[in-house]
Design a protein. Structure first.
Length: 281
């Protein structure tokens, strides 16, 4: 039996979020009464909070993960976690936890223990702020992601491969990112290749395409490109996706086109489920 990788402080893994913040992300999603940009930012912030909770032990926050955000818009390609120029894109989760940008107070409905649903105000930490401006320089964002993950893989050869989760709602305005995505998928540690999951946020009331295994039924050329850019969905996550009502099979890709508000939550939660499935090869 070949050795399996363990995600621990000696060999952490990495989650890199690449997020479209172009002008069209400012359109409102009626189902949540928020802009796409705001909903995506909220879900990413909650995902980071969940990962921090997972690492929070009696001796403090253990650095099982590196976390990074690259945002792209008419304002350029930016580090979505830190504004300081000297900060790297990927940072240990303990450092991320210690650098909350602000605290929002939000209403949340909870069970009061008596079978009644009541509303309470909770504090919600914000690492990534929502924005929607200008064009969609996707190639620039993926180029920065490629250099970031190339360096990370070189320095973490004994770790679970990194996962890039890309959220967008429109076409690239600075060229074709497909070749860059292929370069990223060729990056590897001793336990496998980097993963790319693509989530296209719904702009129109059209059919949603969830975790397809071929592009035969995909009519939109842009959707076909995102399908090709996406990695084969990892075997160890198939059951988790199926448990949430998705039909995921062998050779399904980590890709949803025209995702609604619920899909966004599920996609990010499934994509950041940390396990130890990869064998050294």
């Amino acid at each position: 039996m070949r050795e399996q990788v363990q995600i621990d402080r000696k060999n952490p893994t990495a989650f890199l979020f690449v997020v479209d913040q172009s002008l069209s992300m400012g359109y409102v999603m009626p189902s949540v009464n928020k802009t796409k940009a705001k909903h995506v930012a909220d879900v990413i912030n909650r995902t980071i909070l969940n990962l921090i909770d997972l690492c929070n032990k009696a001796d403090g926050i253990r650095d099982y993960f590196y976390i990074g955000i690259i945002s792209y818009s008419g304002k350029g390609i930016q580090n979505g976690l830190f504004t300081e120029d000297e900060k790297p894109i990927l940072n240990f989760i303990s450092e991320v936890a210690a650098n909350v940008k602000k605290i929002e107070h939000v209403n949340e409905k909870v069970d009061n223990g008596l079978g009644e649903i009541v509303e309470r105000v909770i504090e919600f930490p914000v690492w990534m702020e929502s924005d929607a401006d200008g064009e969609t320089p996707m190639c620039g964002a993926f180029s920065l992601a490629r250099e970031t993950l190339k360096e990370w893989c070189k320095n973490n050869l004994n770790s679970y491969p990194p996962t890039l989760i890309h959220v967008t709602d429109g076409d690239s305005t600075d060229g074709d990112p497909e070749e860059i995505a292929e370069d990223i998928k060729k990056l590897r540690t001793l336990y496998g290749n980097a993963l790319i999951f693509n989530l296209h946020v719904s702009s129109f009331d059209t059919n949603t395409i969830e975790y397809p295994f071929s592009d035969n039924n995909i009519k939109d050329e842009y959707a076909k490109m995102l399908f090709r850019m996406s990695s084969i969905f990892p075997e160890h996550l198939i059951g988790k996706a199926n448990d949430r009502g998705y039909r995921v099979v062998d050779n399904s890709r980590g890709f949803i086109f025209n995702a609604d508000a619920v899909d966004i939550v599920n996609f990010l939660e499934i994509g950041t489920l940390p396990t130890n499935p990869y064998k050294k090869r």
